[in-house]
Design a protein around this ligand. Structure first.
Ligand code: ADP
Ligand code: MG
Ligand code: MG
Length: 925
């Protein structure tokens, strides 16, 4: 192993922004900012390689690392003219986790380390504030005990309560009848006096002895060693594991550990701490945006316990949420110089990194320090706006703009929002923390959210504030509502990352004991009453405005922004893959077309048979005795089918429409219960008993591999005959009206040339009849799905009959893996967990297996028929990583559900750009 430690300080750094893999995002950012001359407290980064070696050796630090740490501490001491462990000139440090990818709040960080009874006295002398020094110490004992010694925070609750009561007595506040929340409000941390704090520290130490049998460690070097180990350990805590899984972060990356000299934002009213974004992370608007708290340290802003103030005054015209009180408490008003310096630093960082940055800063007695800088998380809406505006500003190229937006994140733009016109009952207003409308049952704990969501319920997680322990509940919920915390609170940041609706800091609600009390205010801000909301009650959140409604409120479809249209236009200009949609009805076809679909890749005809008026005719057809009976029933279905196709062809004028002939096993259409059976028996004039017998005859052991797909047409050709007639009559009719029509008839589940030859002859026979009857011809293409391994292997022969292939990757995955999608739920999770599959192969294509069959079929098919058209119509057609494979494989198009079409357009453009740069620059560039 190379060096274990990278130092940064006084304008120089061993590492830089390129070394995220080794230093983690935080370490690389600190090094880069230091190099840029931005004020950063000095420190050093223990690398991710050390973390991995630590795990490989069974949680033991590799030899030599401790010496390197000691040497780095020495460098810090001489830079700062202070000594680690010295009461005279104490050096305190933070010990901070930081992985390659940002995992906000998932791992551990310790502040104020390197302190004991003697040092605390020295710190008091140096800073002139005994209260501050004692407060730093008692906070340190709390977090160190929790994170390193395994004594949970809540064990100290009571001791803290006692300290508050002591302080209350000294302040002359009557605390006898206050509960702990009220007490905290009356006697906040800042009012704990030195005596109460000293007593609290002693009690905390006794609690540690009681819980661990050992004294709280007094030796700063022992504290440091314990903290570094604990940071490495936190890479594998439960919430970090959950987060990694959600964001596809490999376990093998490990975390780095940053040790950094402390600066103090809690040294009085000329100090403070805050977080900032170089652009608005919710809307993408280009304005410096953030929050701060005076006289506060570290996580206070994010923890949401105190509601933070804005950084800047609202501009002329003012932001909607701003008012005079906000302006007066802004950093700009309170510390204009530090504010101006921060504004300059943020502009410099955005220019330097050429992307929106998320910053953490602290001001110590008027002096500004940057503590973190990273590419800021943003909503899908903000991602689009920022990418487009940065390209317009010339900061990035159009190609970079395309690559900047995660296709998965634009999904949220395409989802509905609150119907402003619908009647609704406003409950309360909070901060618009993450956009989108969400309706669900109220739940008050993450576990409950997970449980009810598991039963298929839509839930809204309601909490006073969220913490990283709630992550699984936030994942399960449709939306999140918190009573406290700002726009950069944990709830807000995590919800935006997940693309979930979130209303934060809704101070009108208070949550306790399984219910939520909502204070109702009139227009003048006077409380007029209150409402209780229980677990299970329905509420609706509007994360875009911060409004909370009682009950379910109707929603309206998404309206796409101008920036979005522009970005997708750039994407269309560079992509090669065409994007079609799966659509069964004229309505879906119109939605798909509005989202930019370039045709229909899969129109399933079976859905057309489930309508109430049609299902009887369908059942009659299935249960009929012999061909004549079947034809009678089919004649009733023909006009319905023709009508459906007419509608779809009209919507898709000028674009190809691939229609798949009947695919599912017939028994899916049979009567489900006795009542349906009785009704059918009357309609058909056949006894119920006879019908029951026939239904039983049709039952199959394994219907997915049974009598379905083109196998139906081999035994009962009249079904496909009727469908072909309906398609072609509709096509002729539409063509007669002057509308361009491009029907493509697709045969499901074939695996032999002969199946295709038979069905093709059948379709062509019908076509000639219809053309003769209508006195006109239309172009119609004949093709097949590839959804069985044999079909892929025999693709050369199939291509002699088929003019196009469409890979039905759902079935192809089932049949290649021999895993039934409907039964996979029981074990597929375990497969992904055990690392057998990296991802669920039904969501993201199994490239080495199923992908190899796709390539085989492509090669054999195109060898037999040059120019053979190839598409994909499974679930994978809308999955960005699968789309990247289809681009590499040189397919012609993907087809996905209407709402995924824009996602697929963007993903296809990214795939084209990535494939191009992998091939090297073009000669013409
Ligand atoms: P996270 O990854 O959860 O954001 P950090 O390591 O950034 O954790 O630490 C959380 C907070 O602690 C920071 O935002 C910062 O305010 C505070 N902090 C960390 N190191 C220092 C330091 N050296 N001096 C002052 N505050 C610090
Ligand atoms: Mg941080
Ligand atoms: Mg199929």
């Amino acid at each position: 192993m190379a060096r274990s430690i990278y130092f940064f300080g006084a304008g120089q750094a061993d590492g830089d922004a390129q070394q995220k893999d080794l230093l983690g995002g935080k370490g690389a950012g600190l090094a880069e900012m230091t190099r840029l001359g931005i004020p950063v407290p000095p420190g050093f980064t223990v690398t991710t390689e050390v973390c991995n070696a630590y795990y490989a050796a069974g949680k033991v630090l590799p030899a030599g690392v401790e010496d390197e740490i000691e040497a780095a501490i020495g460098r810090l001491e001489s830079l700062l003219d202070a000594r680690f462990g010295s009461p005279e000139a104490p050096l305190l440090v933070s010990v901070r986790s930081g992985a390659r990818a940002s995992m906000p709040g998932m791992m551990d960080t310790l502040l104020n380390l390197g302190i004991n009874d003697e040092i605390v006295a020295g710190l008091a002398r140096r800073t002139g504030s005994e209260r501050f020094a004692l407060d730093a110490y008692r906070r340190f004992i709390l977090t160190y005990s929790d994170i390193v010694l395994g004594v949970p925070r809540d064990r100290f609750e009571e001791a803290l309560g006692r300290a508050r009561r002591d302080a209350a007595a000294r302040l002359g506040v009557d605390a006898t009848r206050l509960n702990s929340a009220e007490l905290e409000r009356k006697v906040p941390d800042s009012l704990l006096d030195p005596e109460s704090l000293a007593a609290l520290i002693q009690r905390q130490k006794e609690i540690v002895v009681g819980a661990t049998g050992n004294a709280f460690p007094d030796d700063p070097r022992a504290q440091l060693g314990g903290a570094i180990r604990a940071v490495f350990d936190s890479w594998n805590n439960h919430r970090a594991q959950v987060y990694r899984k959600m964001h596809d972060i490999p376990e093998a990356w490990g975390t780095a550990c940053n040790v950094q000299a402390m600066v103090f934002g809690n040294l009085g009213d000329d100090s403070g701490t805050g977080v900032a974004f170089t652009r608005d992370p919710s809307t993408g608007e280009r304005r410096f945006y953030g929050e701060w708290l005076p006289n506060a340290q570290g996580e206070d802003v994010v923890a949401g316990v105190r509601t933070p103030h804005p950084l800047s005054r609202s501009g002329p015209g003012g932001g909607a949420a701003s008012d005079d009180a906000d302006d007066a408490s802004s950093l700009e008003a309170r510390m204009p110089e530090a504010h101006a310096q921060l504004v300059a630093v943020q502009a410099r960082l955005e220019q330097h990194f050429r992307d929106m940055q998320d910053l953490e800063f602290t001001i110590q007695r008027g002096e500004l320090f940057l503590l973190q800088c990273r590419t800021g998380k943003r909503t899908g809406r903000a991602a689009v706006r920022i990418a487009v505006e940065m390209a317009r500003e010339g900061l990035i190229s159009q190609r970079e703009a395309i690559l900047r937006v995660d296709p998965g994140s634009i999904d949220q733009l395409l989802h509905p929002s609150i119907d402003e016109g619908a009647p609704k009952r406003l409950l309360a207003r909070g901060l618009p923390a993450s956009p989108g409308a969400a309706t669900g049952q109220v739940v008050f704990s993450a576990d409950e959210a997970e449980r009810r969501a598991g039963q298929g319920k839509a839930v809204i997680l309601v909490r006073s504030e969220t913490s990283p322990e709630d992550i699984h509940g936030m994942k399960a919920a449709r939306g999140v509502l918190t009573a406290r915390g700002g726009m950069t609170s944990h709830a807000a940041v995590v919800a935006r990352g997940m693309g979930k609706s979130c209303v934060a800091g809704c101070s009108a609600i208070s949550v306790s004991q399984g219910q939520m009390a909502v204070t109702i205010y009139d227009d003048h801000g006077h409380a007029t009453g209150s409402i209780k909301v229980k677990a299970g009650d329905l509420i609706t959140l509007d994360g875009g405005t911060g409004r909370v409604y009682l009950g379910a409120v109707p929603t309206v479809p998404a309206a796409l922004s101008g920036e979005f249209e522009e970005l997708i236009g750039w994407a269309d200009a560079v992509r090669r893959l065409r994007v079609r949609s799966n659509a069964d009805t004229p309505h879906d076809a119109r939605t798909a077309r509005n989202f930019g679909a370039e045709g229909i890749g899969l129109c399933r005809t079976e859905h057309m048979f489930f309508d109430e008026e049609r299902i009887d005719a369908m059942r009659e057809m299935i249960l009929a005795d012999g061909e004549a009976g079947r034809r009678r029933a089919l004649a009733k279905l023909l006009p319905f089918q023709r009508g459906d196709f007419l509608g779809v062809f009209r919507e898709m004028a000028g674009l190809p429409v691939t229609i798949r002939l009947l695919d599912p096993p017939l028994h899916e259409f049979l009567p489900q219960d006795e009542a349906q059976l009785e009704q059918l028996s009357k309609a058909m004039g056949i006894s119920a008993k006879e019908l029951r017998r026939k239904s039983q005859e049709l039952a199959e052991y394994n219907p997915m591999l049974g009598h379905r797909g083109c196998r139906l047409a081999i035994t009962s050709p009249e079904i496909y005959e009727m469908q072909a007639r309906a398609i072609l009559e509709a096509a002729c009719e539409v063509a007669a009206a002057g509308i361009e029509v491009e029907p493509e008839i697709m045969i499901p589940l074939s695996m032999t040339r002969r199946e295709l030859a038979i069905t093709r002859a059948l379709v062509e026979g019908v076509a000639e009849q219809v053309f003769a009857e209508k006195g006109r011809r239309v172009d119609v293409r004949f093709g097949t799905m590839i959804e069985l391994p044999r079909a892929a292997i025999m693709a050369g022969e199939l291509a002699e009959e088929a003019e196009f292939f469409s890979f039905g990757t759902n079935d192809l995955t089932q049949t290649t893996l021999g895993i039934s999608r409907d039964d996979a739920g029981r074990f597929l999770g375990a497969y992904v967990e055990a690392g057998i599959f990296a991802k669920d192969p039904f969501q993201s294509l199994d490239v080495p297996g199923v992908g190899a069959l796709v390539e085989l079929a492509r090669d054999r098919g195109r060898a037999a028929r040059p120019g053979l058209k190839l598409g994909v119509c499974g679930e994978h057609g809308g999955d960005p990583s699968s789309i990247a494979f289809f681009e590499r494989a040189g397919l012609d198009y993907v087809s996905c559900s209407p709402f995924r079409v824009p996602v697929a357009r963007l993903a296809a453009a990214q795939a084209a750009l990535t494939a191009e740069s992998a091939r090297g620059p073009r000669a013409t560039d």
